[in-house]
Structure formats: structure tokens, C-alpha cells
Design a protein around this ligand. Structure first.
Ligand SMILES: Cc1cc2nc3c(=O)[nH]c(=O)nc-3n(C[C@H](O)[C@H](O)[C@H](O)COP(=O)(O)O)c2cc1C
Length: 210
């Protein structure tokens, strides 16, 4: 009889160099709280944005970055795998092992372009390419304004492939009173799409009417 083992739920999360580091940090916190194993990929530009927007100076060496993040979130070290940008033997680099879900949050226009063209030149681009070819679920939380025709064309192309384009554009109908409320609006929508239960913000039509 074949031996089948039940795998713990896993997901790939990439942080790229778009503004919106708080979205990425909060999403990681929620995925860890939901007991996911998270394969975390961080671009060089994302580290600059993290330092600029959150004052978090993340090491470029994956093991050192992991130690910082485990301390930051006080999480189980086994739940977090930080991968280097050319770590081609990482599970996320192959359709035979990669998680079926991936979120790029925040996602830069540059990463959108690279993913739309299947560049696979670093592990983030390769992991996204794998999820697309395996027909998994890929969410891109894109942040740029305004969008050029080129950005829109790239997003249109990806949308036609089944990729979900989720602009980092929080609503205001939950009457936010803090930046955390705005961040949680976006993270709640991402978790909804991933099928992860959340109670971060009230749901439309239940307790939102004036
Ligand atoms: C503080 C900061 C904020 C940035 N914000 C954005 C942004 O909101 N959207 C975007 O597309 N690029 C933004 N960029 C530029 C990208 O980081 C740059 O194009 C980079 O090459 C993207 O590379 P990556 O996709 O590999 O992370 C920003 C850069 C910095 C330093």
C-alpha cells in the first residue's frame, strides 16, 4: 500500500520593493497565527522599503533574517523558511514541491513585469512562474500610482492567466481610525481569497450600515 503523509499547510509569501511593508508584515503575522508554514522570499528592494517604512533592518543572509523575524513575531522557528534569491533547490522552485498558494505582498510594478513575462530570474519570479504553470493560486498585491499602460497590460495578461490582481487600495467603509485599520482591511481581503478564516474587520452587510 502506498504511504501517503499528510502535509502541514504551506504557502509562499514574497515581499518585493513596493511601498506597503506593513501589509507584508501583518500578512506574515496572520499566516503564522493560522498555523501555516511560510516560505518567505524577500527582494533586495523589499529590504530597503522595510527599513524605510518600518525601521526594520533585515539581514540579507536568509538564516540571519529568519532569526530576526522569529524574534519579531515570537513564532515557532519551524513555521518560517526564509529563502535566498538564488536558492534554486528550495521547494518553491519546483512544481513537484511548491505550495499551491503564493502571495506577493507588496508587489512592485517591476515584479509584475517580470512575472508577466515568465522571467524566472530570481526565486520570487521562479516561484510565481511555478504557481502559474501548476495552475495554483497566485495573488499579487500591487502598489503603484498612477498605473502606466505598461503596468495595466502586464496585469491584464496575468489576470487572464488566472492570477488575482489585488491593488493595495484599502476601503474606508469600516471607518478606520488608525493605519493598522487600513492595513487590516487589505490583509483581511487577502486572507478571504486564500480561504483563511479571519475576523480582522467587520463584514460588509452585517455591521456596516450607518
Ligand atoms: C522606499 C521605496 C518605495 C518604493 N515604492 C514603490 C512602489 O510603491 N511601487 C513600485 O512599483 N516600486 C516602488 N519602488 C521601486 C522598486 O523598489 C524598484 O523598482 C525595484 O527594482 C523593485 O524590485 P523588486 O520587484 O525586485 O523588489 C520603491 C522603492 C523604494 C526604495
Amino acid at each position: 500500500m502506498a504511504q501517503l503523509t499528510k502535509q502541514k499547510q504551506a504557502i509562499t509569501l514574497a515581499w518585493t520593493g513596493a511601498s506597503g511593508a506593513p501589509y507584508g508584515l501583518r500578512l506574515l503575522e496572520c499566516l503564522l497565527a493560522a498555523d501555516y508554514t511560510v516560505y518567505l522570499l524577500i527582494s533586495s528592494a523589499a529590504r530597503v522599503v522595510l527599513a524605510t517604512e518600518h525601521g526594520l533592518q533585515l539581514a540579507s543572509q536568509p538564516d540571519a533574517a529568519k532569526q530576526q523575524l522569529v524574534a519579531f513575531f515570537d513564532c515557532d522557528p519551524n513555521q518560517l523558511v526564509v529563502c535566498g534569491k538564488e536558492e534554486w533547490f528550495s521547494p518553491v522552485a519546483s512544481g513537484s514541491a511548491a505550495p499551491k498558494q503564493m502571495v506577493v505582498c507588496p508587489c512592485s510594478a517591476g515584479s509584475v513585469a517580470a512575472i508577466a513575462h515568465g522571467m524566472s530570474d530570481n526565486l520570487i519570479e521562479r516561484a510565481a512562474d511555478v504557481v502559474i504553470k501548476e495552475r495554483g493560486q497566485l495573488l499579487l498585491v500591487v502598489r503603484e500610482t498612477p498605473f502606466s499602460t505598461l503596468h495595466l497590460e502586464n496585469m491584464h495578461k496575468l489576470s487572464q492567466l488566472g492570477v488575482t490582481i489585488m491593488p493595495a487600495a484599502p476601503g474606508f467603509y469600516h471607518q478606520p481610525t488608525s493605519i493598522e485599520d487600513l492595513v487590516d482591511f487589505m490583509v483581511a481581503r487577502i486572507l478571504d481569497h486564500l480561504g483563511i478564516e479571519q475576523g480582522l474587520v467587520p463584514r460588509w452587510g452585517y455591521d456596516q450600515r450607518p
